[in-house]
Design a protein around this ligand. Sequence first.
Ligand code: RTP
Ligand code: MG
Length: 142
Amino acid sequence: MAIERTLSIIKPDAVAKNVIGKIYSRFETNGLKIVASKMAWLSAEEAGKFYAVHKERPFFKDLVSFMISGPVMIQVLEGENAIAKNRDLMGATDPKKAEPGTIRADFAESIDANAVHGSDAAETAANEIAFFFPAMNVYSGR
Ligand code: RTP
Ligand code: MG
């Protein structure tokens, strides 16, 4: 299976709950290495650009407001099948529908405040990693 990289964000609700370490532990115990990380408080412009694919959706304004409501922890995860594996660990977008034991089932409150973001495909992963990390700030996990 291919070694991939994916972009993960621990959203403001989970940072406020003080569960960054618990979420990192799930990545690590499931074979995903953290090969870049930074804490940031996004501007509305950054959050809007990051979620630009959703800009015509009814929830876009609330999504941007939520993403700038506090600091976020942004990381690049590397490992076998990292994109799909991270999405599996995250669980469904709506935490009420997320499988027990997933990050969203365990740490998220609502579809708006849903604890984590993860890239959904190879192309979006590459774009999202480039958006937050210049190549020189991403390290090999091996
Ligand atoms: P993310 O991009 O944050 O990893 O979440 P996702 O792929 O599971 O879901 P996506 O469809 O990309 O939506 C991005 C974020 O917008 C909010 N959302 N609200 N009210 C709604 O129907 C609705 N749908 C999506 C969620 O917070 C979701 O994480
Ligand atoms: Mg998405």
